[in-house]
Design a protein around this ligand. Sequence first.
Ligand code: FAD
Length: 451
Amino acid sequence: MRAQPVNIIGAGLAGALLAILLARRGFRVTVYEKRSDPRNTLPENGRSINLALATRGIRALERAGVMDRIHPLLIPMRGRMIHELSGTTALLPYGQRENEVIYSAGRAPLNRLLIEEAALHPNVEFRFGHSCVAVSPAENILRLRDGNSGREYDTQLAPTIAADGGGSAVRKSLATLGLLNEREEPLDHDYKELTLPSINGHHALDPNALHVWPRGGFMLIALPNPDLSFTATLFLARQGPRSFAALGTPQAAQEFFGAQFPDAVPLIPDLLAEFAANPQAQLGTVHATPWHITGQVLLLGDAAHAMVPFHGQGMNAAFEDCMMIDTLLDRHDDWASLFENFESLRRPHAAAIAQMALENYIEMRDTMRDPKFARHKALALELERRFPDRFIPRYAMVMFHPEIPYGEALRRGAVQTQILDELDAKSNDGAKVDFALAEKLVLERLQPLEG
Ligand SMILES: Cc1cc2nc3c(=O)[nH]c(=O)nc-3n(C[C@H](O)[C@H](O)[C@H](O)COP(=O)(O)OP(=O)(O)OC[C@H]3O[C@@H](n4cnc5c(N)ncnc54)[C@H](O)[C@@H]3O)c2cc1C
């Protein structure tokens, strides 16, 4: 395998990390990236400015030996800070242990650092400004375009790993050839980013929380940046009475923000200018089958399974994909069997996190405002304290327990919700939770977790 040079399409988050992992194993790697070199240019607009990094992603970054350099870029967030319409705030911790936090990371510095680390390896070559335009497995051709000269040229396809994101040119090319079925399931809600600058040299809000203004059907969130600003994101329907389409004038936008997020408005001094200028971007889930063509091409990260961002797991899952490739390299000595095994092992878990990401949107914008949500959350934490080897809240399984695959988190989460529903139904207003029943249900229905 090492005799064959490996092509990676896309030097985004997954492509750059994969280049490091393959280089450390002695592979010769060429990374084709359509953008210009981010080490010399300002970040391009169009993707989220910051992201939440959690344990699954951290584990993969540790595997690549880069976590020491990444730590200084991170801001820990220990829970969701809920902003009510009245202005009251309350912190809902993500977990109950000190290390159960997630981290806000800037996309551009994180991506740049991974590229810098990959470029330290003499067996990695980056070709910035070169985009994949098509693949032809029948002819074993990878077609590229040099963005500077406009020249198109071909190189050998096998083996190519496509990490070219949700709009993957490799995926679309394979679909055009009838070698793959793809379906992009758009969300009917879009997003737009806004800035909360620092105030007197401090963050405008508590920097150690992910701030959420849940309003039922839509929401505003804000994540802290190391430059003391926050990036806020409005998630809102594209069409309808309460939608981006209804906010076509500065007056409509001003009234909407003033009515819905009165405590945030004074913190966004350029609200109207930013609202008019910043892109309104789309979200969605990508379904593709298969992800690989024998030993020639494999899709991973968003190219294979882009998801909506509400669980903060797209990048984490893409990093976990890279780690799985690294792990499988110990077990396979040809790309065809490795790609096949990767797809069969990973597909159910990618589907599970895509589903949980959609469900989390409903939780963040709607359910969180329901008193039943707070009761369930408190009870789930109590059950975790009493039965730590069996009951772990689903959010914690996804964010803090990389040893539990996504599919298992989804399955156990459904069983746990049923237990919570049964206990909640029995403990009528004010009555105490029946912990004898809780113990019976947990022991009967949840097998102990391994490890
Ligand atoms: C609003 C929003 C918020 C998010 N928040 C989070 C979060 O909090 N936590 C989290 O884990 N995830 C989050 N995500 C998801 C995360 O951004 C993605 O899952 C992640 O970027 C996937 O990494 P990737 O490397 O697969 O794709 P990308 O990061 O998109 O990288 C793809 C790369 O391929 C390049 N490329 C594209 N086409 C070509 C071509 N034809 N030829 C060559 N190169 C090409 C692109 O320029 C890019 O560099 C969020 C996403 C959005 C939209």
